[in-house]
Design a protein around this ligand. Structure first.
Ligand SMILES: [Zn+2]
Length: 146
């Protein structure tokens, strides 16, 4: 008998709870930056970490200004995380003011002829309509207050 293969489609419906990240996602919705700070070494993370990645200490919640500077950008037609169709996007890594790491997000307006550049000052813009995941509220706009 010859070995055969059969196509199978496996699907999983899953409700992922925001849990202890709920205050971070709620802040993102309204354009605020809820970060974490390690009381032992002072490490500040945005997005927050419940436990310091360097020394394992339970972190404390702090609020950052919501502003930062673009450290890297990728522009092009892409399907956003948890999205279902490609649209023009500018995904950015942002060095948030006061944080020791980078935050991933997308620009509020992504135009190929005016893509945001590395070094541009940006600020969290808040949720832009419904998103299939609360991380979809990680949206930045150019900072007009610099
Ligand atoms: Zn620490």
């Amino acid at each position: 008998m010859t070995e055969q293969s059969f196509p199978l489609v496996l699907a999983l419906n899953y409700h992922h709870a925001t849990g202890e990240m709920a205050p971070y996602f709620e802040a993102l919705e309204v354009g605020r930056a809820r970060a974490s700070k390690c009381p032992t070494c002072g490490d500040v993370r945005m997005p927050p970490r419940p436990v310091c990645p360097d020394d394992g200490t339970q972190t404390e919640a702090i609020d950052l200004s919501g502003a930062g500077q673009v450290a890297a950008v990728t522009h092009g037609d892409a399907v956003p995380p948890f999205g279902d169709h490609a649209t023009p996007q500018s995904f950015v890594l942002v060095a948030m003011d006061g944080a020791d790491n980078f935050m991933f997000g997308r620009m509020i307006d992504a135009h190929a002829d005016d893509a945001v550049a590395v070094g541009t000052r940006v600020r969290l813009a808040g949720a832009q309509g419904a998103s299939p995941h609360p991380s979809g509220a990680a949206v930045f706009k150019r900072d007009q207050d610099q």
